[in-house]
Design a protein around this ligand. Structure first.
Ligand code: GLV
Ligand code: MG
Length: 313
C-alpha cells in the first residue's frame, strides 16, 4: 500500500524535545530557534483559531523560506490540521509547494486509521513530484483517540515515511470521556498514571516498526516537578522524547531524555562484565550484587548507543 521512498528520508536526528510553537505567533520563532530544543513543531492545528488558519499557513511559509532551520540545528515539523477539517488539504498543498524543501516532516494530528496516513503520503508524493522536491518529507502521526489506539499496529506500519508516533494526551482524554480538563499529567482520582496503557501501546507499536515514540504535552507549565516526573515515566517506558509547550520545559526534557554519565558508565560496566563472563563460557554473571545476563547487554547497549547518537547529532 505504501510508496517507496527513494532517495531516502533525511537520517534520524535526536528528537528529545519537540517544542510546539503556534504558527500564529511568529514572534516566538526566533526564540524557538535560539532554544535548546532538538525539534521545532510549527503548529497550524489546535493552537490556532479557525479564523486564523490561513494567516498561520502564511507565517509558516514565510518562516521556512526566510530561515534555514536545518542549518541552525533544528528539525522542523509542521503540524497541519486533521483530515476531518477543510483546512488539511490546503495546509499540505500550500506549505509543501511553497516551502517543502525546508520541512523534515508533516505531523498529522488525529490519525485514526492507516488510510489517514496513506492520504497524506499520496498528497506528499504528488506535490514532491510536481515541484521537483528531491528530499522526501517524513510523516509523524499523533495517536490521540480511542479509534487510533484500536488501529495502532496498522497505523505504525502504514508508510515508509512514518518516523514517529506522538501521544496526544489532551485529545485522547477527550475522546475517551476521561473526567479531566488537564492536558497530560496525573489525576488525583486515579491511583497511578491514567495514560500508562496507551503510552505502553505506543512504545510497542513504535519499537516494532522502527519509529520514535514521543510523549505528550503537559499543559500545566508552571508545575515543573510534575512535568519532570511525567518525562521520567515516559523515558522509563521507552519514549525517546517529549513535547514542550513552554521554554521552561525544554531543559527538563533534555535532562531526562539524555542518559546521564552515571547511567552510561553503569551500562558500559555491564557490557564489560558480560564480555568477561562470555569469554569464560558463562551466559550470566553478577555486578553490584545483581544478576546480569545476555538481555542485560542489549539494555546496556541501548543506553550507550543512545548516548553516542545524541553526542554525534
Ligand atoms: C495534543 O495534540 C494533545 O491533544 O494533547
Ligand atoms: Mg491534540
Amino acid at each position: 500500500m505504501h510508496d517507496t521512498v527513494n532517495p531516502p528520508l533525511i537520517p534520524f536526528r535526536a528528537q528529545r524535545c519537540l517544542l510546539s510553537v503556534p504558527a500564529i505567533k511568529p514572534i516566538l520563532f526566533d526564540k524557538a530557534l535560539a532554544s535548546e530544543s532538538d525539534c521545532i513543531m510549527l503548529d497550524c492545528e489546535d493552537s490556532v483559531a479557525d479564523a486564523d488558519k490561513s494567516r498561520a499557513r502564511r507565517n509558516v511559509i514565510n518562516a521556512l523560506s526566510a530561515i534555514d532551520w536545518d542549518d541552525r540545528g533544528k528539525s522542523v515539523v509542521v503540524r497541519v490540521n486533521a483530515i476531518d477539517t477543510h483546512h488539511m488539504y490546503r495546509d499540505v498543498v500550500s506549505i509543501v509547494e511553497q516551502a517543502g524543501k525546508a520541512i523534515h516532516s508533516i505531523m498529522l494530528p488525529k490519525a485514526n486509521t492507516s488510510a489517514d496516513i496513506y492520504m497524506l503520503e499520496k498528497l506528499l508524493q504528488q506535490i514532491e513530484s510536481q515541484c521537483g522536491l528531491i528530499r522526501p518529507i517524513g510523516i509523524e502521526a499523533i495517536i490521540e483517540s480511542a479509534e487510533s489506539v484500536q488501529n495502532l499496529a496498522s497505523i505504525a506500519s502504514a508508510s515508509q515515511r512514518l518516523q514517529a508516533l506522538h501521544f496526544g494526551a489532551g485529545d485522547f482524554a477527550a475522546s475517551c470521556g476521561a473526567r479531566t480538563v488537564n492536558i497530560g499529567g496525573l489525576n488525583e482520582d486515579f491511583p497511578g498514571d491514567p495514560w500508562h496503557p496507551v503510552m505502553q501501546a505506543i512504545v510497542l507499536a513504535c519499537r516494532a516498526n522502527g519509529l520514535r515514540p514521543i510523549d505528550s504535552a503537559y499543559g500545566d507549565f508552571k508545575d515543573k516537578k510534575g512535568f519532570l516526573l511525567a518525562a521520567k515515566r515516559a523515558a522509563a517506558l521507552g519514549f525517546s522524547g517529549k513535547w514542550a509547550i513552554h521554554p521552561d520545559q525544554i531543559p527538563l526534557v533534555n535532562q531526562v531524555m539524555t542518559p546521564t554519565r552515571e547511567e552510561v558508565d553503569a551500562a558500559k560496566a555491564v557490557i564489560e562484565a558480560m564480555n568477561r563472563a562470555e569469554s569464560n563460557g558463562m551466559g550470566a554473571t553478577r555486578i553490584g550484587g545483581k544478576m546480569v545476563d545476555i538481555a542485560s547487554i542489549k539494555m546496556a547497549k541501548n543506553i550507550v548507543e543512545l548516548d553516542q547518537f545524541i553526542r554525534s547529532h
